[in-house]
Design a protein around this ligand. Structure first.
Ligand code: FAD
Length: 306
């Protein structure tokens, strides 16, 4: 007789922990999620969140995880999952560029005429996820599938037949991994002004990109990426700079009402860690692409848990 899969403790209730929990439940495991921060308090809740491989390595695995995740979000958008949309948009580049390294992860990408002062551009259709709605939806899916979610701040990984470590930056402590580092990101959320298309513009001379991500009821403007910076307090000067860059990119944003300022610490690492060591499956270090890689990584976690 086939052995029934056993109990698994998932540490972390961001997009990675919840996606892993749901896939493990769907594979027949008993799953308990424990987390210091509940879903709407996590870094994941701050994400913009457009499907786009940003600050995550290695390229071959990121492309494969990204492709799986793209396809799953396209299915979820069709099914009407809360907060998940598919939208066209354009990335503007300051220099002529070859196709992006992750091109195989998207069904199609069209070269388009860049507008001044940019030198190159491409457009593609991609998932956009309103995390405040989606994380609530995902949590409900986990609970409906028989999982549990408990607030618990851990000083070390728990004792359990199998632990899945999705603690993001918490892995500095829980996995004694000091290669995990924060990359601070600040965003400004403004009211929807009837925008449907997203925009991403490369900063000059490799500077920070500017992005405008229209969600269902609001628009996320960014961004910043400050490596090694731990402050979670939004800076008014940075917010002003984001608003001015975004409005220059999309003049229709002029005068849009500011709804919120947010900061999150991206859990960066030289490479995403997805491996099993004894009774622990580690899955963390997704940098600026945790949403983009979530379903692909969750499928690999299920394979490692088997
Ligand atoms: C401004 C900004 C914009 C972004 N935009 C995008 C985007 O457009 N697209 C995209 O794909 N990604 C984006 N990201 C990146 C994305 O948010 C992250 O990659 C993703 O949230 C990582 O998810 P996670 O579940 O690994 O970590 P987290 O969301 O940080 O969750 C970690 C979980 O582990 C728990 N934990 C940690 N330590 C402990 C402990 N000691 N005990 C118990 N629990 C613990 C936490 O409480 C939390 O529940 C953005 C990030 C920022 C900041």
């Amino acid at each position: 007789m086939a052995q029934r899969p056993g109990r698994i403790v998932v540490v972390g209730a961001g997009v990675i922990g919840l996606s892993c929990a749901l896939r493990l439940l769907q594979a027949g495991h008993r799953v308990d999620v424990v987390a210091r921060d509940l879903p709407l308090e996590t870094t994941s809740s701050v994400a913009a969140a457009i499907w786009y491989p940003y600050l995550a390595s290695p390229q071959d695995k990121v492309t494969a995880w990204g492709r799986t995740t793209y396809d799953e979000f396209a299915r979820l958008a069709e099914r009407g999952a809360d907060g998940v949309l598919m939208r066209w948009g354009t990335e503007l580049l300051s220099r002529p560029m070859p196709d992006p390294w992750w091109i195989d992860a998207v069904p199609s990408l069209e070269r388009v005429e860049p507008r001044a002062p940019y030198a190159d551009a491409w457009s593609f259709r991609t998932p956009i996820v309103d995390m405040s709605r989606y994380l609530s939806w995902l949590t409900q899916q986990v609970l409906d599938a028989g999982g549990t979610l408990t607030r618990l701040a851990l000083a070390g990984l728990p004792e359990a037949p199998l632990v899945v470590n999705c603690s993001g930056l918490g892995s500095r402590r829980l996995a004694t991994d000091l290669t995990s580092m924060p990359v601070r990101g600040q965003v400004v959320v403004v009211e929807q002004v009837g925008l449907e298309e997203w925009w991403l513009a490369e900063g000059e001379a490799g500077g920070v990109p500017t992005y405008v991500i229209p969600r269902v009821t609001d628009i996320v403007l960014g961004g910043t990426d400050d490596e090694g910076e731990w402050s979670r307090t939004p800076s008014p000067e940075v917010a002003d700079a984001i608003l001015s860059r975004a409005t220059e990119l999309v003049p229709r944003l002029a005068g849009a009402k500011v709804l919120r300022h947010k900061v999150g610490l991206r859990p960066a690492r030289p490479e995403v860690r997805l491996e099993r060591v004894g009774d622990v499956v580690h899955c963390y270090g997704h940098g600026g692409a945790g949403v983009t890689l979530s379903w692909g990584c969750a499928d690999d976690v299920v394979r490692l848990a088997a």
